[in-house]
Design a protein around this ligand. Structure first.
Ligand SMILES: Nc1ncnc2c1ncn2[C@@H]1O[C@H](COP(=O)(O)OP(=O)(O)OP(=O)(O)O)[C@@H](O)[C@H]1O
Ligand SMILES: [Mg+2]
Length: 253
């Protein structure tokens, strides 16, 4: 594997007596498409929450691009280029696709009090962002939906929009929480093909929680398996899928 862009060292998160994470060490290589699997309640979403600053860890460290980031708040983590999506897409259904994609970009000139009076400057920047957004939507086959309301889109398209929305912020690493949940098999494969394209063409890195193993395993380079807050197994998809410990954890419950 190439050098890690994201590293988690001995990470723990307790909720009272519940050890949601209990000493997890793993790394995500730059330009990797890495899976994170495990039975319900194994600590996957908690790991994403700690890595992206939504929870303060009980113990352990998180490193991103050579910098220690545990202790930063979610906005600070986001501004560093580490973006997450949620189990349920957080979009504004009544706004258009373009409006949704344009809502998040940080560091917009117009947001700064001092530069706000220089209207022409932020107008120019907004136009530039809109151009970038439309270009990205077209590139990934969503050009016809630019002015459609998000409420009119399929679930798969909503998930693609949420991902593109991160892309416009110049994020480098994406943590996707169940991108294919509730999506038909073929659409799920389209979504993962789209993710692979983003890696190949834009050099992005993906760390993906997914229960749809039959889809996930065809698209990831490497997989980590959590069980009861600990790392149960790791390896290439076929190695992990034939690991008796993994089979046991999934069916032996
Ligand atoms: N905010 C919280 N307060 C208390 N307990 C929590 C909290 N968040 C998670 N937990 C507990 O931590 C454990 C891990 O939960 P988590 O949501 O990380 O699992 P998961 O692997 O994402 O599961 P799923 O596949 O069902 O999404 C569970 O026992 C859960 O009940
Ligand atoms: Mg979860």
């Amino acid at each position: 594997m190439t050098k890690p862009i994201l590293e988690v060292k001995d990470l723990a998160k307790y909720f009272g007596g519940v050890k949601a994470l209990d000493g997890v060490t793993l790394e995500v290589p730059e330009r990797g498409v890495i899976g994170l699997i495990g039975p319900n309640g194994s600590g996957k979403t908690t790991l994403f929450n700690v890595v992206t600053g939504f929870y303060v860890p009980t113990r352990g460290e998180v490193w991103y691009a050579g910098e220690r980031i545990d202790g930063l708040n979610p906005n600070e983590v986001f501004l560093k280029g580490l973006v997450r999506t949620f189990q349920i897409p957080r979009l504004f259904p009544s706004l258009t696709v373009l409006e949704n994609v344009l809502l998040t970009p940080p560091r917009q000139v117009g947001e700064r009090v001092l530069t706000a009076p220089f209207r022409s400057k932020w107008e120019e920047q907004e136009k530039e962002l809109a151009r970038k957004a439309v270009a990205l939507l077209r590139k990934f086959g969503l050009g016809e939906y630019v002015r459609a309301r998000v409420s009119e889109l399929s679930a798969a398209h909503m998930k693609m929009i949420e991902t593109i929305r991160g892309l416009i912020t110049d994020a480098r690493v994406y943590l996707l929480d169940e991108p294919a949940a509730g999506v038909a098999y073929t659409t799920a494969r389209e979504l993962f093909t789209f993710i692979r394209r983003l890696r190949d063409e834009e050099g992005l890195t993906f760390f993906i929680i997914e229960h749809r193993l039959e889809v996930l395993m065809d698209f990831v380079d490497y997989v980590y398996v959590l069980h009861n807050g600990r790392l149960l197994s790791e390896g290439k998809p076929d190695e992990v899928m034939s690991d008796p410990k993994v089979i046991e954890a999934y069916i032996g419950r």
